[in-house]
Design a protein around this ligand. Sequence first.
Ligand SMILES: C[S@@+](CC[C@H](N)C(=O)[O-])C[C@H]1O[C@@H](n2cnc3c(N)ncnc32)[C@H](O)[C@@H]1O
Length: 262
Amino acid sequence: MQIKDKVKERYGKIAVSGNTENCCMPGDCCSPSSNIIPISSLRSQQAAKSIGYGQSELESIPSESILGVGCGAPTRFADIKEGEVVVDLGSGAGIDVFIAANKVGQSGKAIGIDMTDEMLEKARSNARTNGYTNVEFRKGDIEETLPVDDNSVDLVISNCVINLTIDKTATFRQIHRILKDGGRMIISDLVTDKEVHGESVDAEKWCECIDGALTRENYLESIRKAGFSKIEVISEVPYMKDSEQTGGRNVASITVKAVKGD
Ligand SMILES: C[S@@+](CC[C@H](N)C(=O)[O-])C[C@H]1O[C@@H](n2cnc3c(N)ncnc32)[C@H](O)[C@@H]1O
């Protein structure tokens, strides 16, 4: 099975079961490791708080949208304004889409993109049940067929997703394509101190947000190659220490801001 199919399978199961034990929890992937942040703070809302979300912010969105599988809180740094069009890549059950929707109001729009049917179903159900009319969840692969028009978006956000893509520069090019001139992206993601390539890649560890992670330097370079300017790391925290689980690598969570145009 190809890595991408495995990623879909993994996140499809998480969407249906709500069980993040096979992924994105301590000992697995996208939530802080117990050797940095205590295990007790690592279930859904707790996990979300431990990576930067505020309690009142979490209370303002559907609780079912909070899976605790992100690695940062990009909306915290995004200065989202009423009327803006915001796109969230790899939107999962919708956590960041609903936060953005509350900020852009009825004159704006928040659009989530995901390639996993079960996640889309969960996110759409969350929107329906909670009466959101300014959100939309679209199916698409963010590195190939991002289903959003050119030059149409004020802000792109993403939380612990781009490490799961195969070609990071292709993903950043897609983001660049859909942003308006002067538009910005705020991306939270994982980076590592040692990349793995070729036969050393373990598909399971890729799904756990480890083996697909680039070094900080290569991550920023792929953003540069996609044509962005004003690239800035606005937050950086240790996430998982070198261990068997990480394949002997240190993993950090970074949040990066970059702008289309000068
Ligand atoms: C670690 S989860 C993060 C979900 C969400 N951002 C959050 O913080 O709760 C990764 C999500 O990205 C989606 N995903 C992974 N690779 C993708 C791709 N190439 N295109 C679209 N969605 C993708 C998965 O289906 C999954 O929902």
